[in-house]
Design a protein around this ligand. Sequence first.
Ligand code: SAM
Ligand code: SF4
Length: 333
Amino acid sequence: MNTAPLVDQFRRRISYLRLSVTDRCDLRCAYCMPERMKFLPKNEVLSLEELHRLSLAFIARGVTKLRLTGGEPLVRRDMIDLVSALGRKIGDGLDELTLTTNATQLETHAEALAKAGVRRVNVSLDTRDKAKFAELTRRDMLPKVLSGIAAAKEAGLKVKLNTVALKGINDGELPDLIAWAHGQGHSVTLIEVMPLGEIDGDRVDHYLPLTAVKDDLEERWTLAPSTHRTGGPARYFDIAETGGRLGLITPLTGNFCEGCNRLRVTTTGQLYPCLGGGERVDLRAALREDSSDTALNHAVDHALAIKPERHHFAINKAGEAPAQPRHMSVTGG
Ligand code: SAM
Ligand code: SF4
């Protein structure tokens, strides 16, 4: 077994893997994908066994945190089998197994996730207004999402909400959403919309820099910079009045690459060492080429050698193509 630590060309130690288990989704968030999104044929997507093998190889080399994402991970039928199999590595290499989900199916699966060893989930929620939710996600599923979030809490899972800040859509609602979440015991992280993949409209129309959101929130609340770090891109603040924590992810207004500790693998087994870069290594070919994982580890070493120092994306100007042609749902958000 290859146990060599994952260290990139800039001496950053990689301990976090985000693995996209499907590009499919039961919502169609307007900033993420077009209404008529073309999904990948099943044979291009990694099988359950391949996802498992790949994860074990990364854990052997020092990945201690694994996040399953997509697309919507819970629409994959064999998902709980994978989570259960990987859950057995918790305490045996893996410190944490988590999931990013839109929560539409969380009511059904929250308990099974908790049983498998999952302790925290990230849930995407951009609005608590039913009509707005239906318009933004193109599906009328807010009640399912809210009962999914409640079921997660009930099952003992810690919930972190991820909210994309969108001008003209949820900007007026952000303080209420944060106050509600903190009241429920959930933390919230706000994210700037990123130029990834073609969508039906233009993201520029709704791009909202978080610097402006933070100024707004500070007129209402006291935001104290927190020492809390997850090794990820978010910077955290404690809000005195709500007693909760707020994270800000600012890929466009503030670069966060210096301490990057992560790699991402797509549904088709493509390893993208950087979310904002085009560098890519084909792990599916390596997985299918030999069963001993030698080719796989060789490919991973190559990815470490080409992981760029930082991303270079900026919000594209009106009418311009996105900085990266692949959608977040393929790379794994
Ligand atoms: N379907 C799951 C969900 O929505 O939580 C997991 C995958 S989704 C691609 C992961 C995260 O990426 C979500 O929080 C979503 O809001 C975010 N996202 C998708 N497209 C984005 C974009 N272009 N810019 C910024 N965030 C994006
Ligand atoms: Fe689906 Fe998540 Fe993309 Fe929304 S953000 S369309 S829930 S993958």
